[in-house]
Design a protein around this ligand. Sequence first.
Ligand code: XMP
Length: 215
Amino acid sequence: MVKLMLALDLDKERALKVAEEVKDYVDAIKVGYPLVLSSSLEIVKEIKDICEKEVILDFKVADIPATNEKIAKLSLRYGDGIIVHGFVGEDSVKAVRDVAKPLNKKTILVTEMSHPGALRFIQPIANELAIMAKKLELDGIVAPSTRPERLRELKHLSNLPVLTPGVGAQGGRLEEIIKILDENDYIIIGRAIYNSEDPKKMAKYYKEKIRALSK
Ligand code: XMP
């Protein structure tokens, strides 16, 4: 079954509360700058202690190789993997992968982003980014639920597990993307769960919908 990854873009107090509420329904958690900058990186350990799920660091690392290496070493003291940008070049991505791999942690590459602004700069190079992810034997790519045909093509080109944001608040439709995905892939949902009146109920709803549509 396709996995459900919760994007926990909240402050510490709300994040811990939501993690506890939804833990039976999500397969993984994505932690990014909103949470880490409003607390500290140690929040990753607290979240893991609560829900015992895979935690991916969405830091979209995009610097020169020497700096990327330092960022990866410091970040990957926590969590199970890290998201990196590829437009900075293969050497920068390799620097992160070479830190992550010996630690048995994932390096996941952003290809085409899900928001409208991605069409101008990143869509034109997204196929090349997916091919680079395959060549570097990374652990996955991020590709948009907001553009199902692009999601399909990027998944095909990379032949890697896909993490796909865009369902819910950004308008992506679960019914359309689920048939493109398989059990190695993750659907990322944030606001549609944590901003709802009852995050537990909404996480259960998405989990059950994914199960029903996966059949
Ligand atoms: P929402 O609230 O829109 O949250 O369900 C989506 C989460 O995913 C992140 N995001 C992306 N990350 N490439 C990425 O690497 C993307 O194209 C992309 N689009 C959204 C967003 O920051 C939030 O955490």
